[in-house]
Design a protein around this ligand. Sequence first.
Ligand SMILES: [Zn+2]
Length: 211
Amino acid sequence: MATQQPEPVTIVNVGYRSTNYYVVGAGSARLLIDLGWPGSWAELTGALKRKGLTTHDLTHAFATHYHPDHAGLAQELKRAGLTLIVIDAQVDAIPLLAQMVKPTDGYLPLTLDGARVLSAGASRAYLARLGIAGEIIATPGHSDDSMTLVLDSGAAFTGDLTVPWLAFGDGQARVLQSWAEIRRSGATTVYPGHGPAGPVPPALEATTDAG
Ligand SMILES: [Zn+2]
């Protein structure tokens, strides 16, 4: 049997309502990054369908952080058979999500049964088993539980991490530190939770003024 080259990782944006949801594919694994708005199952399946996908094509799910527009359908996706990857540092944020939604939002509370909770340090080995070369790194700043998935191809899924030039005040140091980690990881292209993809921003000097 001929040696197979690893298949290239594909990135498909299935976003809606001003939020990007990415399907990262490698081999038979399809990882959904960020998990829809609460109660928006029909919109998610519609967005998938427009890209020739169904939820049955998806194998894994990962939320960059547990805000309603990034993790709203996590429980539904888990019920649909996807393996939810949760970084241990995100666990405490999950109960807070239920407090951010209105009863009319249709949020199905997320439980961790069946989820795969792992440390960021263990993410590279876990993703490698899916055929995805990359790692998940902690990038707090927008929220304490914010994570970035960085692929070895250079793509970085940063969720809502504040862009460096808009970070001011008390949280600025954390945001700049998170961007430093992203650059250190070798990332070249940012796939944000909102707006278009673009290059990883260069280092900015921290301002001493709170802005
Ligand atoms: Zn957010």
